[in-house]
Design a protein. Structure first.
Length: 111
C-alpha cells in the first residue's frame, strides 16, 4: 500500500516505537529489581495481564473476522464457543485446541 511518507520517516517511526517499547519493558524490569518485595496487590493485578492480552488479540479475530461484527453465519464464533466450553469443563489446553479446530473444520467443511 503506497503512502506519501518517505522511507526515512517510516524507518524513523519503526525505530522510535521500538525504542519506546524497549524503554517501557526495561523500566518495569528496573523497577522490580529495585523493590525487595512486590506488593500483593500488584501481583494480583499482574495475574490478569496475560488473559486480557489474549482476549484482546483473539476476540476481534473470532467476532469480526471480515472487519465487521458477524454473529450470524460466523463459523469462527461457533468454534470459539465450543472451544470455550471445552476449556471451561476440561481445563486442558490440548483438548481445547483440538475441540475448537474440530468444530471449525466440521462447520466449514462438514455441512
Amino acid at each position: 500500500m503506497p503512502t506519501d511518507y518517505g522511507a526515512l520517516a517510516i524507518w524513523g517511526a519503526v525505530v522510535a516505537l521500538g525504542v519506546a517499547t524497549f524503554g517501557i519493558r526495561a523500566s518495569f524490569i528496573y523497577l522490580f529489581s529495585r523493590v525487595d518485595d512486590v506488593p500483593s496487590r500488584a501481583t494480583r493485578a499482574l495475574q490478569f495481564v496475560p488473559p486480557a492480552v489474549f482476549a484482546a488479540l483473539a476476540v476481534p479475530a473470532i467476532v469480526a473476522p471480515e472487519g465487521s461484527v458477524a454473529l450470524v453465519g460466523n463459523e469462527r464464533l461457533l468454534a470459539g464457543i465450543v472451544a470455550g466450553a471445552v476449556a471451561w469443563y476440561v481445563d486442558d489446553m490440548f483438548a481445547t485446541i483440538l475441540a475448537g479446530m474440530a468444530a471449525l473444520w466440521l462447520v466449514r467443511f462438514g455441512t
